[in-house]
Design a protein around this ligand. Structure first.
Ligand code: PLP
Length: 366
């Protein structure tokens, strides 16, 4: 059996006709930038997140950068985030000339270790970016409480967590702004790059609207120094079709995770923990294994593709040498990087495929 980590072709087969029709409409109209599809999708996605406003941008990284900018983060400020994340979270802080201050990951949830957040706050701290990694919500009550106490803004990195919930609330709607990526492999993926910032503040939404579009208030009048980072009409047309399936696709991911958990019970790997307060949407199904490298090879030789999200934490990347961290700075994030393995996970994954994967893992001998 050959099983990819993510199979986008199976999904396209199910929605091909509708997607092609909507994309063809855009081609017929020849209106590609900030038109009806983006406008409608912003309204629909804000509704999905149970937030008031949504602003479509070029990618998830831009959603994060522009949100920090809209919140007034600038050079010399410090922004707290987590040592176990994709590099883009940290890049977004750097784009605003602010300093990323990292907090180690939690051993059980792999999200930011709440007990380390308050100790990272200084007089320069302006914001916290909790990352809902792999589709599981961070402990947002704790984050919001610390933010309130110290007067900090909160930007949720929900790029892997479309539809995830914390105590019944949708992620992205809890902090000042929530940021989403529509990179093709995400739970809601476009057919190219795309991103969205959601907020219930009209003021922040208006600022984001200016920043993404040259800072303009009319065609050639520019109120603030802006960017060009807009979700485009073709991507929005695709995303509108896919959004209608997202609930069902997330439920399917959750079902698959349940099957994995069941079939891996007692095997020599650690399965992911779903906390009682979170509705995990399993962007990734991540296990831990002591002999990760050998297990990955073992599975590969049996036709099973896996991934490592992520093999080198941001603080050990060459790009962030200037932060002055070294091996040992964030021991949990480093240990995770050496042990985590993402198994195939996508809504169309079949039960017998999961059974095959789990049998292969159970049969693994280092
Ligand atoms: C994908 C991702 C991003 C960046 O999104 P892009 O659309 O690729 O720019 C940021 N943070 C996390 C956690 C991500 O997974």
């Amino acid at each position: 059996m050959e099983i990819p980590l993510v199979d986008l072709k199976r999904q396209y087969e199910l929605i091909r006709e509708e997607v092609n029709e909507r994309v063809n409409e855009v081609l017929t109209n020849q209106r590609f930038v900030l038109d009806k599809n983006v406008e409608s999708f912003e309204r629909e996605f804000a509704g999905f997140c149970r937030a008031r406003y949504a602003v479509g941008v070029g990618c998830g990284t831009d959603a994060l950068s522009l949100s920090l900018r809209a919140l007034g983060i600038r050079g010399g400020d410090e922004v707290i985030s987590v040592a176990n994340t994709f590099i883009a979270t940290i890049d977004a802080i750097s784009h605003n000339n602010a300093r990323p201050v990292l907090v180690d990951a939690d051993e059980e949830t792999y999200n930011i270790d709440i007990s380390g957040v308050e100790g990272a706050v200084t007089s320069k701290t302006r914001a916290i970016i909790p990352v809902h990694l792999y589709g599981q919500a961070c402990d947002m009550d704790a984050i919001m409480e610390i933010a309130e106490k110290h007067g900090l803004k909160v930007v949720e990195d929900a790029c892997q967590a479309h539809g995830a919930e914390y105590k019944g609330r949708r992620v992205g709607s809890i902090g000042d702004v929530g940021c989403f990526s529509f990179y093709p492999g995400k739970n809601l993926g476009a057919y190219g790059d795309g991103g969205m910032a959601v907020t219930s503040s009209r003021e922040i939404a208006e600022k984001l609207g200016l920043l993404r579009d040259y800072g303009r208030v009319s065609k050639y009048e520019h109120r603030v120094k802006g960017y060009n980072s807009r979700l485009d009409e073709i991507q929005a047309a695709v995303l509108r079709v896919k959004l209608r399936h997202l609930e069902e696709w997330n439920e399917s991911r959750r079902r698959s995770a349940g099957v994995y958990n069941e079939m891996l019970a007692g095997a020599d790997v650690t399965t992911p923990l779903e906390t009682g307060r979170a509705r995990h949407v399993y962007h990734m199904y991540v296990i831990r294994a002591r002999d990760r490298g050998k297990l990955q090879e073992w599975l590969k030789s049996r036709g099973i593709a896996t991934g490592i999200h992520y093999p080198i934490p941001p603080h050990l990347q060459e790009a962030y040498r200037d932060l002055g961290h070294k091996r040992g700075s964030f021991p949990v994030a480093e240990r995770l990087a050496g042990e985590i393995l993402s198994l195939p996970m996508f809504p169309e994954l079949k039960r017998d495929e999961i059974a095959y994967i789990c049998n292969c893992i159970r049969g693994f001998k280092a």
